[in-house]
Design a protein around this ligand. Structure first.
Ligand SMILES: Cc1ncc(COP(=O)(O)O)c(C=O)c1O
Length: 386
């Protein structure tokens, strides 16, 4: 069974973790800073803090930027729950904008319409790895003096106008290292920021709100051991075992990205050969390059006379696992209950995108033959229903 995504682990990764297991420190050791530095170099940023998940990274970013009770953030309905849930953790309200139906990424006009005096941040998600319209979103945010945050959990290695995602102007950029992502640490995440003080704050919140620098806390000169808990934080640390895996994975990221991009090109060619223009794909845009976390297609299920559920079921019978990214936020009970006033507004872009989208298998170890098999299977399932 081909799944929609999965990790790529080799012997070097296993050896890296085994050797980390033999080191004196399994957590809070030297590999944390090494992984952070390697990530910073890779994305072209100055400050990176790694943490226990992409969700923790979002929570840390919102908290460190001072987003809290009474504040609003604006984000997309086509995202994973955590983008919004992390805002609830800090007591903020989530305003849910609409998307461009072709890309599934935030539509600028819909964001602009939701800005109020309470808006503290716009949170853009790079759906499937395709960067959102960051120039326009950043310009809007700066003009209205609000923060811009990138939920780049799908977009490690993507580029936007020649700059890697994470190396741009956003106030914070968040990544995830869950196994289906571009590199994995088992579970893990990172926050990229442009300001050393903000990194310090994130590092403190990641570790129970603890300050250890004697100079910053009026500690006695002999007190190297002392620490002070200065505010409420969490244990969102990433262990040295995870960082060892992350470092080993990061060394192969360009290889993984090349494989994903080449498989995506093969999908496009095969889909065009078999279906002509009947099946849509996320557009390729001249000023940005997707990191292809996902390969999504847009299918008019109604025209084929089969609901999506049935298509997914029949594909699974043929050994092809698929997924839907995403059921719009407000269709989940949590988000509907949290945001009652958001429910009335129409979101035609999100409705259009959600009705058609399907994520096909994509990960570096997939072969071209697997991709052809997926497309042929789709043809069997949709073709038979015509
Ligand atoms: C867009 C998006 N944001 C946040 C997350 C949360 O990341 P994690 O699973 O590492 O907590 C995910 C994970 O799938 C995601 O896809």
């Amino acid at each position: 069974m081909l799944s929609y995504g999965r990790q790529t682990i080799d012997e070097a990764d296993i050896e890296a973790v085994v050797s980390a297991l033999r080191a004196p420190l399994l957590t809070c050791g030297p590999l944390v800073a090494r992984f952070e530095a390697a990530l910073a170099t890779y994305v072209g940023a100055e400050h990176v803090s790694v943490c226990s998940s992409g969700t923790a990274a979002l929570h840390l970013a919102y908290a460190a930027l001072g987003i809290g009770e009474g504040d609003e953030i604006i984000t997309t309905p086509i995202t994973f729950s955590a983008t919004a849930a992390a805002a609830y953790y800090v007591g903020a309200t989530v305003r849910i904008a609409d998307v461009d139906p072709r890309t599934g990424n935030l539509s600028i006009q819909s964001v602009e319409a939701l800005i109020t005096p309470k808006t503290r941040a716009i949170v853009a998600v790079h759906l499937g790895g395709l960067p959102a319209d960051m120039a326009e979103l950043t310009q809007l945010a700066r003009r209205r003096r609000i923060r811009i945050i990138e939920d780049a959990c799908h977009a490690l290695g993507a580029t936007y106008r020649g700059t890697k995602v994470g190396g741009g102007d956003a106030d914070a950029v968040v990544f995830s290292f869950h196994p289906v992502k571009h590199i994995t640490t088992g579970e893990g995440g990172a926050v990229v920021v442009r300001d050393a003080r903000l990194k310090h704050r994130i590092d403190q919140l990641r570790q129970h709100g603890i300050e250890r620098d004697p100079e910053l806390m009026d500690a006695p000169p002999e007190g190297r051991w002392v620490y002070e808990v200065q505010e409420l934080g969490w244990n969102y640390r990433l262990s040295d075992l995870s960082c060892a895996l992350g470092l080993s994975q990061l060394a192969k990221l360009d290889q993984f990205l090349a494989a994903r991009r080449s498989l995506a090109a093969h999908y496009r060619a095969e889909l065009a050969r078999v279906f002509g223009t009947a099946i849509g794909t996320q557009p390729e845009l001249a000023d940005r390059e997707s990191a292809y976390h996902l390969f999504t297609v847009a299918i008019e299920f109604g025209r084929h006379g089969k609901p999506r559920d049935q298509v997914m079921y029949e594909l699974a019978q043929l050994g092809v696992g698929t997924q839907v990214h995403y059921v719009p936020l407000l269709q989940h009970p949590l988000h509907a209950q949290r945001n009652p006033s958001e429910r009335a507004r129409a979101r035609p872009g999100a409705d259009h995108y959600y009705a058609r989208t399907l994520s096909l298998p994509l990960y570096p170890q997939l072969s071209s033959a697997d991709v052809s098999h997926v497309v042929e299977s789709l043809h069997r399932v949709l073709g038979e229903s015509r």
